[in-house]
Design a protein around this ligand. Sequence first.
Ligand SMILES: CCCCCCCC(=O)SCCNC(=O)CCNC(=O)[C@H](O)C(C)(C)COP(=O)(O)OP(=O)(O)OC[C@H]1O[C@@H](n2cnc3c(N)ncnc32)[C@H](O)[C@@H]1OP(=O)(O)O
Length: 163
Amino acid sequence: MEELKVEKAIQDIYPDDIAWCYGCGRLNDDGHHLRTGWHGDKTITIYTPESKYMGIPGFIYGGLIASLIDCHGTGSAALALHRKNGHEIGDGAEPPRFVTANLNVDFLKPTPQHVPLKAIGTVEEIHPKKWKVETEVYAQDTLCARGTVVLVVMPSTFLNKND
Ligand SMILES: CCCCCCCC(=O)SCCNC(=O)CCNC(=O)[C@H](O)C(C)(C)COP(=O)(O)OP(=O)(O)OC[C@H]1O[C@@H](n2cnc3c(N)ncnc32)[C@H](O)[C@@H]1OP(=O)(O)O
């Protein structure tokens, strides 16, 4: 399988006040630092979980896979709405922010440890405030999980609540 790298990620440009998510916040020292970028007209997050995130020895804990799908969803919706608003990462514009309203995961195959996981997303606008991201998680060439996330633009009530 081709070597993939996320060069420009939406999480790199989240303002500091929302860059603390345990899954994808770049400022959370204890978090996973998930990074999501464009991959053609799809979105992509690449992540190799540390050994401690095991369910059964040799295989990844399902909750972590759900976290990957969750943050890949919020990042993908933010990328898509940012582009719809006429912006790209790096042009200086502040990206939109999303929260998860609904998360559904199908665990299709055991997900092996110690290999990079690739989340590939297809983003659909339901309406400007509400988006859906269908995600497939691959371990090398094997499709291990599939998830659907419904995202809603973050209400302003979320701001300044992280202390
Ligand atoms: C930016 C970086 C942060 C990264 C975050 C990482 C991901 C996360 O962990 S986010 C944290 C977990 N999520 C949350 O805490 C969200 C908690 N929930 C809420 O705040 C609210 O329920 C919220 C904002 C999702 C929706 O609020 P609500 O008042 O219903 O908004 P409202 O404007 O009425 O609804 C928006 C749309 O979402 C829909 N919706 C709301 N909840 C759901 C749901 N569970 N499933 C599907 N659709 C839903 C509504 O039906 C509505 O759709 P439509 O306009 O078509 O009728």
